[in-house]
Design a protein around this ligand. Structure first.
Ligand code: HEM
Ligand SMILES: CC(C)=CCC/C(C)=C/CC/C(C)=C/COP(=O)(O)OP(=O)(O)O
Length: 269
């Protein structure tokens, strides 16, 4: 997906995590509202990707990983990418409003604003931008929970969003380990614990252990209920095994399954 303006896999997985938030809410499943929620979040996440690439077209040109994207590759004009992103932004917001409530659309707009106005500029200045960026990716399940009728501060969705927040840190760190030279070339600051050192993979694995521990809390708080609890131990077990693998590329690809597997467990509630 190195040349995708909308980064479809990232957008679809954000839609999946929004569905997870919807399924977590106790009550009847309204399939039309669920479909509108999924479509709305996917459209907003795709809009975010396109507008992020408009803002980052200069550094995307400098990195092997992103130089084939439509803007640096000259396949799309700046106006074309901006119009595409704004069109998806409007479409996604409209679909979320038509799904029946204003709050999900407001949360979606807030997540995009946070991503484009805060995270994207901050990323050029400090490696701690990641802590801000992870807020964006933790919002889709809250959108789903609110679309089902819940409040953003209900503890089950706070726990689910908190776990997704935790997951995004190693999700990015293992990518950063693989593309460190790319990021240095683009002048993007990377987290280092001591000046000059490259980032120790050990910290990433320690964080994965924390993610396993956080995942184990889900049944304790009733987030995963029967019959999901029968299958549940497979998730932290798989996560624990992945964290022992040597290849950072394999860990990055395997970690991308985490939000999907978590949502499947919520389907089985
Ligand atoms: C702090 C938050 C996040 C950061 C910094 C981040 C960073 C990245 C980066 C840099 C890539 C590589 C993209 C490329 O090379 O084109 C990527 C890929 C990906 N991200 Fe994230 N991401 C974040 C949050 C999320 C969230 C919330 C999701 C979904 C729930 C997600 C799902 C994915 C997927 C599925 C890929 C693989 C895309 C592909 O290969 O096409 N990410 N992420
Ligand atoms: C509901 C809704 C719209 C939620 C927002 C979901 C969203 C856009 C999550 C992605 C978060 C993120 C920081 C991606 C990486 O961008 P990057 O610029 O670091 O990646 P890059 O280097 O590949 O461009």
């Amino acid at each position: 997906m190195r040349g995708a303006l909308f980064r479809p896999r990232l957008a679809l997985l954000n839609g999946v995590t929004a569905v997870g938030g919807y399924l977590l809410f106790p009550g009847e499943i309204d399939s039309v509202r669920l479909g509108a929620l999924f479509a709305g979040v996917v459209l907003l996440a795709a809009a975010g990707s396109a507008l992020n690439q408009v803002l980052e077209r200069d550094i995307d040109r400098l990195m092997e990983r992103t130089r084939l994207r439509p803007l640096p590759a000259g396949k799309l004009t700046l106006t074309g990418a901006t119009v595409a992103g704004c069109t998806l932004l409007l479409a996604g917001s409209l679909v979320l409003v038509l799904a029946g409530r204003w709050l999900p659309a407001l949360l979606g707009g807030a997540a995009l604003a946070w991503y484009l106005v805060l995270y994207t500029p901050l990323k050029r200045r400090t490696s701690l931008a990641l802590a801000a960026g992870a807020v964006c990716g933790a919002i889709p399940p809250v959108i789903g929970w609110c679309s089902a009728g819940g409040s953003p501060v209900d503890y089950p969705v706070v726990l689910l969003a908190g776990l997704l927040y935790l997951w995004q840190i190693p999700h990015f760190w293992f990518l950063q380990l693989r593309h460190a030279d790319d990021y240095r070339r683009a002048g993007i600051p990377l987290l280092r614990l001591r000046s000059g050192d490259s980032f120790p993979a050990g910290i990433c694995r320690l964080w994965l252990a924390a993610l396993v521990a956080g995942t184990l809390l889900l049944p304790a708080f009733g987030v995963i209920g029967n019959p999901g609890t029968v299958w549940f131990p497979l998730l932290p077990l798989a996560l624990g095994i992945v964290s022992l693998v040597r290849s950072e590329t394999v860990i990055f690809s395997s970690l991308n399954l985490f939000p999907l597997l978590l949502t499947l467990l919520l389907f089985s509630r």
